[in-house]
Design a binder for this molecule. Sequence first.
Ligand code: GLN
Length: 539
Amino acid sequence: MTKYIFVTGGVTSSLGKGIISASLAKLLQSRGFKVTIQKFDPYINIDPGTLNPYEHGECYVTDDGAETDLDLGHYERFLNTPTSQANNVTTGRIYQTVIKKERAGDYLGKTVQVIPHITDEIKRRVRLLEDQADYDLIITELGGTVGDIESLPYLEALRQIRQEFGKNNTLVIHLTLIPYLAAAGELKTKPTQHSVKELLMTGIQPDILVCRTEYQLTKEVRNKLALFCNVEKNSVIEALDAKTIYDVPMYMLKENLDEIVLKKLKLPKGNTPELSAWKEFLGRLKNPTAEVKIGLIGKYNELADAYKSIYESFIHAGSANECKVQVVPIHSEELEGPEILEKMKSLDGILVAPGFGERGIKGKIKAISYARKNDIPFFGICLGMQCAVVEIFKNVLKLPGCSSAEINPKAKNLVIDLMPDQLKVTEKGGTMRLGSYKCKLTKGSKAAKAYGKVDINERHRHRYEFNNKYLKRLEKTGMVATGINPETNLVEIVEIPEHPFFVGVQFHPELKSTVENPHPLFIAFVKAAMKYKAKNEKA
Ligand code: GLN
């Protein structure tokens, strides 16, 4: 039988439930258990696809084309296994299902209520992953903080699941904060006591407390927490602030979180944790022999979470190259003025980020121009690739009035245009070209060399594409299409063969980079930046 672990959060948001869940899952996986993680988000949007990155950070896309919470990115990066739509559920989706059923007459004659109808739907979704594979354990992360009005139906569903499946089959981990009061020189347990009390009011007694803290928990603090929160002493787990999120599985291993979980769920210990690849990754990450600076040109830079997967991909690719990658966020709007050189001078590589809408486009195109002319390694992702196409048609071919339909739909030469199947689309939610598609690479291209093969699959999230009417003319610019979708002929990759590294991709490679499988294009890009820097230092 599958066993269930629930992770709730207390005291404040942003304590890292996603990382703790992913770290625990990693440890259980390393002991040979089949485990997956899902996230329940208490907001009313059907998915985060329509949310501004400033609100919610990056929207993570799965192979099956679900637009999901960025925590799913952590799950994939840690576990090295793909997630799907079933791994992310929102209140909006739960209500949508229940309301659809009500209209269909499924509840005919009955009043539809939060209990039992909404809670039943939550419970059904908790178990949905069971159909996908024979999981030994499913970890469910409940978004939000205990005490939020919108979390209540989830906690009630959790209470019912515990009551129905019993203590040996379900476990509740409460992630909480132990603040340090500098004036008193003390770690404080009271907020946690309150938060556990709040949880108790919904009928849930946590089994394990994971305590985020800046300082080590003393024995007294651990004992106090155990006593007042009614958990066993060994179940108070310290989660010290870590330098990198990739340290957290090691911290949890040291605190025996995995063993305690298995014991409470009456499961055997499994193998000794097999974490050699993880440790090697950490070793390389912490002992770099080189360093490069990469400019991340975007427009949501105020919130690093907006480009989460890109930052993480650089960490993976940096470790693979034993190179510290310093990512310098640069606001594209700041590049619109004349001082571009100042911003670019110290960079060893330029990445132009994905994005939507007209704002900041000018700066992106200027940065691309600069990278192209000065042989600086360039990597364009989605909108970044589209801008690279516009730039080269405009500045090399001098094609008049060339643009992307997203920026100027009336332009004379739309080298980037709306995909034909997008013409009839009026609704915004879930209507982009989403998820995994095939791509065939040109033998000998930079991309093919990086991947080491010519048939690949990558994830997408866009409405616009390279306009194939301009394919012949593209070659006159010195840029070539080196990755094509074999079914639709859609251009997926462009490169400039004469340039040391100039690659634009219509897809999102950052969504598939994991600790154990760093993305080949990021690895190649970092390598190119290292080469560029070495050459510059010599000159
Ligand atoms: N806005 C562009 C499009 O919809 C690019 C999207 C993206 O960068 N993810 O095609």
